[in-house]
Design a protein around this ligand. Structure first.
Ligand code: CMP
Length: 481
């Protein structure tokens, strides 16, 4: 497509040159006749004189010839000289060359044809000429000098992808002329950005010979393993066309989103100008890789928690594990399977972070807790410092003292690691006590032992059996047994 266009241009150029040469030759040889004709037409006192008109026409014809000559010289010089060095000649340099050579030739012709006119004086003394020229060429000169600085800086070259201008035009640079940067957008439109505008705006450049990266986003269900997802996607993307094998694509979790785990893939392109196609191909490869690996994209989802309420107590859905846990608690050993299940249904699960307080000394309390997972520390304050009284593990219980006596909490209980506890309230315990009066006794014994542990050495005077008897009657009173 470019060949015939090029040939057409040459033919046009040759025809124009031939016509211009012929016209100049004819005008020169017919000068006396033209002069006579003009003088005859203009009468006795012509102004301007016939000579001046003829010289201006000659200057015009020479100007045309000079222009054609400069264009030919330009093509010969740049096409030949630069093609040897295999570099693209910037259009701006070619234009500057044309302007300078043409101006020189024109001025030589002018001084030759108008030897009496002092050109220097004409330019330096004419202030009005300067102002008019300055105003008229304000934008043009701005573009011209911005173009020169673009050529000098070379922030980008023909073939690079750039994003420029207030409208953030993105495309491949096709030409940097004395007036504008010409880019071809990915919709195959041409956008011209005036050099002076481009000089003021930030320009994002993705050089042709640079490894430019792209980001593509996708997501998975929370049930899909991140390690597997990352491996599968990385392998799928690195195989895709136009993805550079010089850098391995990076797949990483970007966010734990509302609908699923959000990922981004960063990959590097061989030809950045084709990033739209490559992004699309990468997404396609991810889809197929997901299909093969059994991974799932996340749709907008909601996790629904259904609570079943009974009175003021909240029952837990995971009854099996809780029943198992409670039946392993030694004080609940005498309970029947039904009673343990009833207790499990009444239990409420709570999770605490390491270091969080589960129970605070002095607070009122009407429930007890069983450690389901993790560990807690029982601490009392002595002389302003915490003293650890006991460490309780999975299957141990605490908080029974306040529950069974109605007194405030006797100690602080803190989670030592991430800990899940089962909270059992007053009402559920009363039901158990009603059918198992023996339970009260074993509990009162545990509580009296704990009381001894709580008291400092100095004031532990009462014996364990005295204290146990006191607690026993306190529990019975409190629960009305
Ligand atoms: P309560 O007083 O309700 O709140 C603090 C809890 O710490 C308490 O019940 C007991 O369950 C527990 N506790 C107090 N002292 C000890 C101890 N010496 N050993 C184990 N646990 C204790």
């Amino acid at each position: 497509m470019t060949r015939p266009r090029f040939t057409n241009k040459i033919v046009l150029f040759l025809v124009a040159s031939a016509v211009a040469l012929l016209a100049t030759y004819l005008f020169w040889s017919l000068t006396p006749e033209v002069k006579t004709l003009l003088e005859h037409r203009m009468g006795a006192r012509p102004s301007p004189s016939a000579d001046t008109i003829i010289t201006v026409v000659k200057l015009f014809l020479i100007g045309i010839l000079a222009y054609l000559f400069v264009r030919a010289l330009n093509s010969l010089f740049f096409a030949l000289a630069f093609s040897l060095k295999r570099i693209d000649t910037p259009t701006l340099i070619r234009n500057i060359f044309t302007i300078i050579v043409f101006t020189i030739l024109f001025l030589v012709a002018f001084t030759f044809l108008f030897p009496d006119v002092n050109l220097g004086a004409l330019f330096t003394t004419s202030a009005i000429f300067g102002v008019i020229l300055g105003l008229a060429l304000q934008d043009t000169l701005g573009n011209f000098f911005a173009g020169i600085s673009l050529q000098a800086d070379r922030p980008f070259q023909v073939g690079d992808v750039i994003t420029v201008g207030a409208q953030r035009h993105t495309g491949v640079v096709e030409e940097i002329s004395w007036r504008a940067i010409k880019i071809r957008t990915f919709q195959n439109h041409i956008v011209l950005i005036a050099n002076s505008n481009a000089a003021r705006e930030p320009i994002e450049v993705c050089p042709r010979d640079n490894l430019n990266a792209r980001l593509v986003f996708f997501n998975t269900l929370y049930t899909d393993s991140p390690a597997k997802t990352i491996h599968v996607v990385r392998e799928a993307v690195r195989e895709a066309d136009n993805v550079s094998d010089k850098v391995t694509p990076i797949v990483r979790i970007k966010n734990l989103g509302d609908n699923g785990v959000d990922y981004e893939v960063k990959y590097w392109l061989i030809d950045y100008a084709k990033y739209n196609d490559t992004d699309a191909l990468v997404r396609q490869r991810i889809w197929y890789a997901f299909r093969r690996a059994g991974l799932n994209f996340a749709f907008p989802t909601r996790t629904l928690h259904i609570e079943r309420r009974h009175g003021s107590e909240m029952r837990d859905g995971d009854g099996g594990a809780i029943t198992e846990r409670l039946s392993a608690v030694d004080i609940f050993a005498p309970l029947s399977a039904d009673e343990t299940t009833m207790l499990a249904q009444a239990a409420v699960r709570h999770v605490f972070a390491p270091g969080e307080t589960v129970i605070r000394a002095g607070d009122p309390g009407s429930s007890m807790f069983v450690v389901h997972k993790g560990r807690v520390s029982v601490q009392v304050n002595e002389n302003g410092r915490p003293r650890t009284v006991a460490t309780l593990n999975e299957g141990d219980f605490f908080g029974e003292m306040a529950l069974f006596t109605g007194e405030p909490r006797t100690a602080n209980v803190l989670a030592l690691e991430e800990t899940e506890v089962l909270e059992i309230g007053h009402a559920a315990m009363k039901r158990v006590f009603d059918t198992n009066p023996d339970l009260v006794e074993s509990l009162s014994f545990v509580m009296s032992e704990r009381r001894e542990g709580l008291a400092s050495q100095a004031d532990s005077t009462a014996t364990s059996s005295d204290s146990s008897a006191g607690i026993l009657s306190a529990i019975k009173r409190f629960f009305g047994i």
